[in-house]
Design a protein around this ligand. Structure first.
Ligand SMILES: *Cc1c(COP(=O)(O)O)cnc(C)c1O
Length: 809
């Protein structure tokens, strides 16, 4: 149906009539989206069932990727692409009077994640299915995704992201597969036939109901499953009658508390508020996910000792670490394993990815909270800790200090990263530098104890969404030039390198970029009424707002450029457009203040007639996957300027590179690997190295006030932050920013790196004047970006960590 345009048009219109009672003339864009989505969803149903059957019959080892976040974005365009139906449907709709892009705009983003970590999980789902691996996602179906950001008077305002309001065409509610999850209660212990029995009583029951979303692989007919759990009341209203007077209110309270479990995504990936609810969410995911994995395994009728041969459970950061004690609990209490056997099985099944070295993001839970909410699980964590510490002491009886540094439970807190390392067989970092810092700094004693567990898996991005879908013109040019093999073998993009000196190829690359810039410019015009010059350098920083990512350094540099223009109004300049997009965690006041600063500077610059088109500054509200797909293909310059040692990998950097932007960046995260491939000629490096940053933290020696005094450019922009008249409204508006730099000595070395940053920007500007040279560097970037396809990353996870191979259907 989808391969034949006429057939598609006919069935599409039939569906429109039978489901909505509308003709094509009466339908709204929302109707078109809904019908198209459900048609595709039904169409893949057979392949989906077929895939599951094949996995079962062939008894393939299956991977379950547990993650509290899946930042999926929209599915319509990507599903059509992966099914090979994009053109038929586009043309069919065209003939029916509809534009596919407009229909795609009807789909709400599935914003079930904060940023890179959640987006990684989504890219991995796409690669697993496209490479024909048996790999599924396990997450939470949050009723509200990450908040929707509005900018009002320059301030970030958060609105609920009610993404399910109009239903979700992709999901399938599977009430028949619901699972009981238990909280609270007391553990009773007794002996029975020489065995100790643990039984939890007086617990609270909650239903976990799965909503399955098909994950459609590219071209291959493989359809994996993303299973998202939703919490529902498990109280039997019939029983209420016998329970008397207060039961109705109890019922309401209980219902409220159940709903809250899958109600919203915490809008922060470090330092949580509402800790108890967050812990409840984590256990809810782990328990429901594991019980459902074991149900599937049970159908194979194999002994549990075989579990690690058939199942790999991967935890995306420490958020799902409770799978370790929960798997122990299920094996011991429900499946009759002894401790040693259960421990052996667990530690051969679970693997863990570390995503951050920032100490505020290393999860810890108060012992009392875990013990009360999850009494039996807590007993198991205690036992794991006891045995682990005992083992350390046996190795070295004088190592009390080491024991307290490495313990799973210490100072009244459960340390999730320690539990994750102790209870898994693989611990990976997400870029070379990050893994080295993990091994030699933050988790050093664990690395010395278990060197074989540690390994690196540099992050990746799916080139299907981030190149083929987001930048179809560039994809077409690539295929015309080197054939289509790069689609299944992204390393083949390297073959583009031979075109880097080809004048006509360069020109076509720049034309495509200009087309993308025009499209973004018209989006900006429509949203903000501001005209931007498509021939200016589009210089982009889009990512979560955080001190370490240093959006502050970027905007201070923009203020400096503005001062320059004002001081030398007649000097020749390369026109520049700075584009920002970023959400700040609602309680992160400094970050919100930086958003306000960007908006205030944008206002002042954009309305200043003296600037005369040399400089524009934009803050695009509500940064999300779908917005990223519009912005990134239009970027000339990618800002990856984190304080060295702080950005574990970054994946935004890879998306820009793949779309031909040149990076200005520090030697941090995956930038290091980009630099290894590109060399100094094809990216713009600056700033402190991670060793230098570490040395400053250890030994001191940096005084932000000295830099402030010595560099007049810096003094001027810093003073402008707190003097009325220059940019702002009232003097205290940016006091917090000013203090963070000068009173708290600039934790992220913004002033320290400023001069090098400004100098590198100037050098970059000069290169842009030579469009041929710029195009050549852009081509080299695209050519090497295949290395960062998540297909390559997933292949390495598959062979080195999970031990799985592609499955032929
Ligand atoms: C890729 C992506 C990120 C991660 O960006 P970084 O620059 O690596 O922090 C965050 N949010 C969205 C919507 C993304 O697509």
């Amino acid at each position: 149906m989808f391969n034949n345009k006429e057939l598609f048009k006919t069935s599409f219109q039939e569906q429109l009539v039978s489901r909505l009672g509308k003709s094509i003339e009466e339908a709204t864009a929302g109707d078109i989206y809904k019908i198209l989505g459900s048609l595709i969803r039904e169409y893949v149903g057979r392949d989906w069932a077929e895939t599951n059957r094949a996995y079962k019959v062939q008894q393939e080892k299956q991977v379950y990727y547990f993650s509290m976040e899946f930042l999926i974005g929209r599915l319509l365009g990507n599903n059509l692409l992966n099914l090979g139906m994009l053109e038929t449907v586009r043309e069919g709709l065209e003939e029916l009077g509809w534009n596919l892009e407009e229909v795609e705009e009807q789909e709400p983003d599935a914003g079930l994640g904060n940023g890179g970590l959640g987006r990684l999980a989504a890219c991995f789902m796409d690669s697993l299915a496209s490479l024909q691996y048996a790999g599924h996602g396990c997450g939470i179906r949050y009723k509200y995704g990450l908040f929707e950001q509005k900018i009002i008077d320059g301030h970030q305002v958060e609105l609920p992201d009610d993404w399910l309001q109009k239903g979700n065409v992709w999901e399938e509610r599977r009430a028949d597969k619901k699972i009981e999850v238990r909280f609270w209660g007391h553990v009773k212990v007794w002996e029975e036939n020489g065995r100790t029995v643990f039984d939890t009583v007086d617990y609270e029951r909650v239903w976990a109901v799965p909503y399955d979303v098909p994950v459609i692989g590219y071209g291959a007919g493989h359809v994996n499953t993303l299973r998202l759990w939703s919490a529902e009341s498990a109280m039997d209203p019939a029983k209420m009658r016998v329970e008397g007077q207060n039961s109705y209110y109890k019922f309401l309270d209980y219902n409220r508390s159940v709903e809250s479990i899958s109600e919203f995504l915490y809008p922060d990936d470090s330092g949580y508020e509402g800790k108890l609810l967050r812990l409840k969410q984590q256990y809810f995911l782990c328990s429901a996910g594991l019980i459902s994995v074991l149900r599937t395994f049970d159908k194979l009728k194999l002994p549990y000792g075989k579990l690690p041969e058939k199942v790999a459970i991967h935890i995306n950061d420490t958020h799902p670490t409770l799978v370790i004690p929960e798997l122990m609990r299920l094996l011991i209490d429900e499946k009759g394993c002894g401790w040693d056997e259960a421990w052996d099985i667990t530690t051969r099944t679970v693997s863990y990815t570390n995503h951050t070295l920032l100490s505020e993001a290393l999860e810890k839970w108060p012992v009392g909270m875990v013990r009360e909410l999850l009494p039996r699980v807590y007993m198991i964590i205690e036992e794991i800790n006891k045995r682990f510490c005992g083992m350390l002491l046996k190795g070295d009886p004088h190592s009390q200090d080491l024991v307290s540094r490495m313990a799973v439970i210490e100072s009244g807190q459960v340390k999730m990263a320690h539990l994750a390392i102790v209870g898994s067989y693989s611990v990976n970092g997400v870029a070379g530098l990050h893994t080295e810092l993990l091994k030699n700094d933050v988790m050093k004693p664990f690395y010395e104890l278990y060197p074989e567990r540690f390994n690196n898996k540099t992050n990746g991005i799916t080139h299907r969404r981030w190149l083929m879908h987001a930048n179809p013109e560039l994809s077409r040019l690539i295929s015309e030039s080197i054939g289509t093999r790069w689609i299944s073998h992204p390393h083949q993009l390297l073959r583009l390198e031979r075109f880097k000196d080809d004048a006509s190829f360069r020109e076509r690359v720049m034309d495509i970029k200009r087309g993308n810039k025009l499209r973004l410019a018209s989006y900006i015009k429509q949203k903000q009424g501001i005209a931007v010059d498509p021939d200016s350098i589009f210089d982009v920083q889009v990512k979560r707002l955080h001190g370490y990512k240093r959006q502050l350094m970027n905007i201070l540099h923009v203020m400096f450029l503005y001062n320059e223009i004002k001081d030398h109004p007649s000097a020749e300049r390369v026109p520049r457009t700075f584009i920002f997009g970023a959400k700040a965690a609602p309680g992160y006041y400094l970050a919100k203040s930086i958003i306000k600063l960007i908006n205030v500077v944008a206002d002042a610059v954009n309305k200043d007639a003296q600037v005369n088109g040399k400089l524009k500054v934009l803050f695009l509200e509500n940064y999300s996957v779908s917005l990223a797909e519009k912005i990134i293909p239009a970027a000339n310059v990618s800002e990856q300027i984190s304080t060295a040692g702080k950005e574990a990998s970054g994946t935004g950097n890879m998306k820009f590179m793949m779309n031909g932007a040149l990076t200005i960046g520090t030697l941090d995260g995956a930038n290091v690997e980009m630099h290894d491939m590109l060399g100094d000629d094809n990216m713009f490096l600056f700033g402190l190295r991670s060793e230098e940053v570490l040395d400053y933290y250890r030994y001191g020696g940096y005084l932000a006030r000295d830099v402030y005094r010595q560099d007049s450019r810096i003094k001027r922009v810093m003073d402008q932050l707190v003097s009325s008249g220059s940019f702002c409204c009232h003097e205290q508006e940016f006091g917090l920013i000013y203090q963070s730099i000068l009173d708290h000595n600039d934790e992220f070395f913004v002033l320290r790196d400023f001069a090098a940053y400004a100098k590198t920007h100037a050098a970059m500007e000069r290169v842009y004047l030579d469009q041929g040279a710029w195009a050549s560097k852009s081509i080299v970037n695209i050519a090497h970006a295949g290395h960062f396809s998540s297909d390559c990353t997933i292949n390495r996870y598959a062979s080195d960590i999970w031990g799985i191979r592609p499955v032929t259907l």
